[in-house]
Design a binder for this molecule. Structure first.
Ligand code: AMP
Length: 277
């Protein structure tokens, strides 16, 4: 990448954990549009998984991933091993906000995944330092991750532009995710409740229906068809502050368990006239 930089080429970079799907490929396409060279990393980052999470069973499909990336026109694929990024003696972490206390990592996924965003921020800053891209691409599906990365780049004066690209969905509305392949056929159908409950809430708020009862109704729908609801909240899309009353621009975000698979999704909401409290 240094050589490409020296040649004056613009570099786009997409960090991923592999098991690629159209959501990832949309980031490659976005990067291709505005950069001369595009690099993708594939690394299942142990630092961002909790002890009871799915690090071991996370899908690893390197050959298929490389074929997809080649077809999409990516120029470089970086596939480090854990020992490359975290050699013996490694002991530095990047922490954005403070879990349960303040800032971007106070709530939502951070409340149920302790240490997750520290693991994400740490690996992303390392990957950015290694790849030295001009622009890095992230998906809006990981709302809190994107907010944490943006904040880190601002706070630490990193010389990179962060682009956040729209969520890519299956035809029936399910947000694409590497973890969708864990779902059984029956759970795959039930998983639709996540996008459906968020869409219901969006439509209700955009129609001007009351905030609190619309939110409760969406939570009821989600709870009825999932094993566990971690959260369903309406937040400020920048600060992730949980909202108790409507604003012109909001994001509804949710996480739930379908079978044994934890899924997340979010949707942006724009109210024209504002809604009743
Ligand atoms: P992951 O491999 O899950 O770590 O994701 C790598 C990048 O792809 C992250 O920036 C994700 O937000 C993004 N991504 C994952 N799924 C989607 C999707 N359905 N639509 C858009 N971006 C996505």
């Amino acid at each position: 990448m240094d050589q490409e930089r020296l040649k004056g080429r613009l570099l786009g970079f997409i960090p991923t954990m592999g098991a690629l799907h159209e959501g990832h490929i949309s980031l490659v396409r976005a990067a291709k549009k505005e950069n001369g060279r595009v690099a993708v990393s594939i690394f299942v980052n142990p630092l961002q998984f909790g002890p009871k999470e799915d690090f071991k069973k996370y899908p690893r499909t390197l050959a298929a991933d490389c074929a997809m990336l080649k077809k999409a026109g990516a120029d470089f694929v970086f596939t480090p091993q854990a020992a490359d990024l975290y050699p013996q003696g490694f002991q530095t972490r990047v922490q954005v906000g403070e879990e349960r206390v303040f800032g971007l990592t106070r709530g939502l996924c951070a409340a149920v995944r302790p240490g997750h965003f520290e693991g994400v921020a740490t690996v992303v800053i390392k990957l950015l330092n290694l790849a030295k891209p001009h622009r890095a691409y992230f998906g809006a599906k990981d709302l809190q991750q994107a907010a944490v990365i943006r904040r880190m780049v601002l706070d630490l004066d990193l010389d990179v532009r962060i682009r956040v690209c729209p969520i890519v969905r299956e035809k029936d509305g399910l947000a694409m995710s590497s973890r969708n392949r864990y779902l059984s056929a029956e759970d795959r159908v039930r998983a639709l409740v996540l996008s459906r409950s968020l869409r219901m809430l969006k439509e209700a708020l955009e129609r001007g229906e009351p905030f609190a009862s619309s939110l409760s109704q969406a939570r009821r729908v989600l709870a009825a068809a999932s094993e566990r609801v971690d959260y369903l909240e309406v937040v400020d899309p920048e600060t992730l502050e949980v909202l108790k009353s409507p604003r012109p621009v909001m994001t509804a975000a949710a996480a739930c368990l379908i079978g044994t698979t934890r899924l997340i999704d979010n949707i942006s909401i724009r109210t024209k006239k504002g809604v009743r409290k």
